[in-house]
Design a protein around this ligand. Structure first.
Ligand SMILES: Cc1ncc(COP(=O)(O)O)c(C=O)c1O
Length: 381
């Protein structure tokens, strides 16, 4: 079976380091708030290029804690993409604020700046660029829209940890360091993933960082003195220990993902009926996903054919958030979704990870070519 992500293969390459790190935690038995958590926060902050990193239980909590710490709530609006994972809008709605759905650029899968501009209102408090599939959003443009409207940017960097984006003439910034805050998840399949749930918020704003820390710890400051309601959201020491090891290898693993993506690009170039992922000017793509767009009538057939050859594929995402039942009465999306609407029926993501074997990739490519030559041929393409 060729899986979307080969996590065991990756583990084997760092087994000695991971096992030693886990054993150290077992020996100390400091399972909650052990020293590895603070060390990881320092190392992550340095990697992303911000002053503060606050780890927490998962990526959804990272978003929710950030919005809550910003005082976002009932009566406020937050602009989010219509084509992304549900947690982006859910975390907004859980504060009582209204998720406002923006269109996406069908070439990059990222939030469309022009539609964001149109959706800005006196109630807008924040824009959430979710950097999809490993590629940064158009941050220079979104930043100027946010500045003009006096609203904050909260980046959802869950899918693009380690990516970079040119922000000025020469300055390059890591995604997650550009807005007021950047949120991420360490779900196991992410570019930087742990062996369970985990998340973090990144910011240069000391006051926001302190509020997030307090909210993530039941609103306590100091211990047993509750300044506000909060929640219990923390990263386990064991997960922090694993992430410290994985962070040391992250850049080489991202480079391996990029090489795998280039191999797909070269091998699939010119295959009729599919559109390869596009990389925008001035950004680096870390290929959390390698997502094709294809003729909708052939998409499910291709998936079935690949499945029959033992090749896993996924559809991220089969429906737009603005069209879903949960958001019908609690969101706003009064613009047309011309870009986003093209995607749920036509996208398909192929296996990609830092440890994808070359012969697996050759098999994936050969199977796609075989299916598409028959499928596209039968349609006279
Ligand atoms: C874009 C995006 N945001 C947020 C999340 C939520 O992360 P978690 O599952 O850690 O809560 C995910 C999860 O896949 C995601 O893809």
């Amino acid at each position: 079976m060729i899986r979307m992500v080969e996590l065991y293969g990756q583990y084997l390459t760092v087994k000695d380091e991971v096992d030693a790190a886990v054993e150290e935690v077992m020996k100390s038995s400091a399972f909650i708030r052990g020293p590895q958590v603070r060390l990881l926060e320092e190392e992550l902050a340095e990697y992303v290029g911000v002053d503060h990193c606050i780890t927490c239980g998962n990526g959804t909590d990272a978003l929710l804690l950030t919005f809550a710490a910003m005082g976002i709530g009932r009566g406020d609006e937050v602009i989010v993409p219509s084509f992304t994972f549900g947690a982006v809008a859910e975390s907004v709605a859980l504060t009582g604020a209204t998720p406002v759905f923006a269109d996406v650029n069908p070439l990059t899968f990222n939030i469309d700046a022009q539609s964001v501009e149109r959706l800005m209102s006196p109630r807008t408090r924040a824009i959430v660029p979710a950097h999809m599939f490993g590629q940064p959003c158009d941050m220079p443009r979104l930043r100027s829209i946010a500045q003009a409207g006096g609203v904050a940017i909260v980046e959802d960097n869950t899918q693009s940890f380690g990516a970079e984006c040119r922000m000025g003439e020469s300055a390059k910034a890591k995604t997650g360091s550009i807005g007021l805050a950047g949120c991420t998840s360490f779900f196991p399949t992410k570019v930087l993933g742990c062996y369970g749930d985990g998340g973090a918020v990144f910011t240069d704003n000391a006051e926001l960082a302190s509020k997030i820390r307090q909210l993530a710890n039941h609103g306590q400051k100091p211990k047993y003195h509750y300044r506000s309601l909060g929640m219990n959201s923390r990263l386990d020491t064991l997960q922090a220990a694993v992430l410290r090891v994985k962070l040391r290898h992250l850049d080489e693993w991202i480079a391996a993902r990029v090489r795998a993506a280039k191999r797909y690009d070269e091998a699939l170039a010119g295959v009729a009926g599919i559109v390869l992922p596009m990389v925008s000017e001035g950004v680096t793509h870390v290929y959390h996903q390698y997502t094709l767009k294809m003729i909708p009538e052939l998409r499910d057939g291709l998936r079935e054919f690949l499945g029959s050859q033992g090749i896993e594929t996924m559809v991220y995402y089969p429906a737009l958030l603005n069209e879903q039942y949960a958001y019908r009465e609690i969101s706003r999306s009064d613009i047309c979704m011309d870009g986003a609407r093209q995607l749920p029926g036509s996208v398909v993501s192929l296996p990609i990870c830092s440890h994808l074997e070359m012969r697996s990739q050759t098999k994936v490519v050969a199977a796609i070519k075989e299916f598409m030559s028959k499928g596209a041929g039968s349609r006279g393409m």
